[in-house]
Design a protein around this ligand. Structure first.
Ligand code: ADP
Length: 582
């Protein structure tokens, strides 16, 4: 109800004129006046609507005002509706008292004073309006409270739903975390495995490098064992089959940081390997009292080559993690490399032995041949001189004698070369040291050699100044003679051979240049190796042993000098000899 809308006022009187009079008095209030002509009619009206006030005539037939008031008060809805009794007759104190005891708010006597009545009714109207407002406010408050309660309950429902979602999420997060932890663990394991594999590969590569660095396995195997500890083991041993056919320990490396350093015997017991055949898989140590006391796990791998048992590798670990198949495979790979290294060392020793035998034979043969050959060459010379002096041989026999002489000399040179080679091999080639003037030496060499060379011209170029070195004149003569002989051998008839001597800083530089077949570029690095002959020569037509340049280099080196070669195949070669000046 709006605060300014009219309120109901119930007027009860059995006389219509009284009702009219009341209407006249109260109309100015502007409220809605409801008329009832009896008590029962009044009660009906009260059933249908609420009233701000009831003006009730006391004196009525059937049901008087008091009875009506009693019934009005008996109903909850109208319990507190203000009742003003109006009477023209019942004015005694008893009546008034009865009226008030029935809950009347006023008891007015007729004739009524219009202003008084109006203002009294106005008060109740106002009261009604106020209480109606309060009621409405209380109603609105209730609505608000209920709205709030609704909101709170909605909020609680939402919170419960949120909590459920949260719980579900937490569960999922937990599941997910567990999944991630498992994946992480798997990843860590894989990483650790990969790292192990990489360490294994690194170890094998490094072991391979050590094993091929030298052919002396007495050095390399201990190095490899030292690499194995701690790379793959806490203790490592390598045993080789000795001359007696029994295993002998070559090396044993314990890890100094490991407490459990108990060496394993040559024959690892069944207990140490978990009562398995000796060549089998890695074993966890069976009991603490066994030979493997202190080790978590032991690997024994035989070293074999082409079915031959060469030895064994033993690895032991005291770590938490014992060995597995991957470790076994790694040690087997190591054993194969060790076997190959042992084989190489053996082959190398055999080759060295064969070379020693060859050199011994060469030395003995050369010495044995040298004595009769010297006698032969000497007698041919005697014969030649005698014939020269006394004559007596015809042209054919003279030629035959010359051929015998030439070939004896050649044979002699070859034997001398072989003897030189043998001396170099045994470190017995030595030089004498005297002052040698190289210009003089070269001039004498040309004088001696030119007459013997019918097919080639020797062109010598020497400086005015003397170039003196300290050395062995005979050996230097041999070197230059050898280079000139080669120049002759490897160039066509009629070509020139140039000999040049000059100073180059603190050195004397001798160049022997020919216009011959030259030397292929890829043959140059091996040219001064023994027995080497370049592939561009005709081996059948041009004799030689591939020793000359080897001896040349040795002699020049003993003089503190160097020998080099420059050549263009098909155009010629130049050999340079540098010797430090005295
Ligand atoms: P040999 O001449 O007995 O074969 P050397 O040791 O004197 O042995 O020479 C080694 C090789 O060097 C020769 O076989 C030849 O192939 C090459 N060689 C040496 N000197 C010359 C040269 N002046 N011209 C071309 N090749 C040469």
């Amino acid at each position: 109800m709006a605060s300014d809308s009219p309120v109901n006022i119930l007027l009860v009187d059995d006389h219509a004129e009284n009702l009219l009079a009341l209407e006249a008095i109260l109309s100015p209030l502007g409220e809605r006046l409801v008329f009832a002509h009896s008590g029962s009619e009044a009660l009906k009206c009260l059933l249908q609507q609420d009233f701000a006030a009831i003006l009730l005539d006391v004196q009525m037939p059937d049901m008087d005002g008091f009875e009506t008031a009693a019934l009005i008060r008996g109903r909850v809805r109208s319990q507190s509706t203000p009742i003003i009794f109006l009477t023209a007759i019942n004015k005694s104190e008893t009546h008034v008292f009865q009226g008030y005891s029935l809950g009347a708010v006023d008891y007015l006597f007729k004739p009524l004073v219009p202003d008084v009545l109006r203002s009294k009714v106005a008060v109740f109207v106002d009261l009604y309006r106020k209480s109606e407002e309060v009621r409405q406010q209380a109603e609105r408050l209730r609505e608000t409270v209920s709205e709030l309660e609704h909101q709170i309950s909605e909020r609680r429902r939402a919170e419960a739903a949120l909590q459920r979602a949260h719980d579900e999420l937490e569960l999922r997060v937990e599941e997910r975390t567990a999944g991630l932890a498992a994946a992480n663990h798997a990843l860590q394991t894989e990483i650790a495995e990969r790292e192990r594999a990489q360490r294994g590969l690194w170890f094998l590569a490094e072991a391979g490098r050590l094993l091929t660095a030298s052919l002396d396995y007495h050095t390399t195997l201990p190095e490899v064992a030292a690499l194995a500890v701690p790379a793959i083991a806490d203790w490592c041993a390598m045993d080789l089959v000795g001359e007696e056919g029994a295993l002998e320990r070559l090396v044993e490396v314990p890890d100094p940081s490991t407490q459990a350093a108990f060496p394993l015997p040559l024959q690892v017991s069944a207990a140490a390997q978990g009562k398995q055949p000796p060549s089998s898989k890695p074993r966890r140590a069976a009991s603490p009292t066994s030979a493997s006391q202190g080790w978590t796990s032991v690997i024994r791998v035989p070293v074999e080559l082409r079915g031959q048992h060469l030895g064994q590798i033993l690895c032991a670990t005291a770590g938490e993690r014992g060995y597995d198949d991957a470790d076994q495979t790694l040690v087997e790979a190591l054993a194969r490399r060790v076997a190959a290294a042992l084989d190489n060392a053996r082959l190398f020793e055999e080759a060295k032995e064969a070379l020693r035998a060859r050199d011994t034979f060469l030395s003995i043969a050369a010495h044995e041949l040298k004595t009769p050959l010297t006698v032969l060459v000497g007698y041919i010379e005697v014969l030649r001189r005698r014939v020269e002096r006394e004559g007596g041989l015809d042209e054919r026999n003279l030629r035959a004698l010359q051929v015998v002489g030439e070939h004896s000399n050649r044979l002699n040179r070859m034997i001398i070369s072989l003897l030189d080679l043998s001396r170099i091999e045994t470190g017995q080639l030595s030089i004498e040291r005297h002052e040698v003037e190289l210009g003089t030496l070269l001039r004498r060499l040309v004088e001696e050699t030119q007459p013997m060379m019918e097919q080639h011209r020797l062109l010598l170029h020497c400086p005015e100044e003397p170039l003196v070195i300290t050395g062995d004149e005979l050996r230097l003569h041999q070197v230059l003679h050898n280079l000139i002989q080669n120049a002759v051998k490897y160039s066509r008839a009629g070509s020139a051979i140039h000999l040049d001597l000059r100073r180059s800083g603190n050195e004397a530089l001798i160049a022997v240049r020919d216009e011959g077949i030259g030397i292929p570029g890829d043959a140059l690095p091996q040219l001064f190796s023994r027995f080497y002959r370049a592939p561009n020569i005709d081996m059948h037509r041009v004799g030689g042993m591939g020793i000359g340049l080897f001896v040349v280099k040795e002699i020049v080196t003993l003089h503190g000098g160097e020998v080099e070669v420059e050549s263009v195949e098909g155009e010629g070669s130049t050999f340079f000899i540098r010797l430090p000046l005295a």
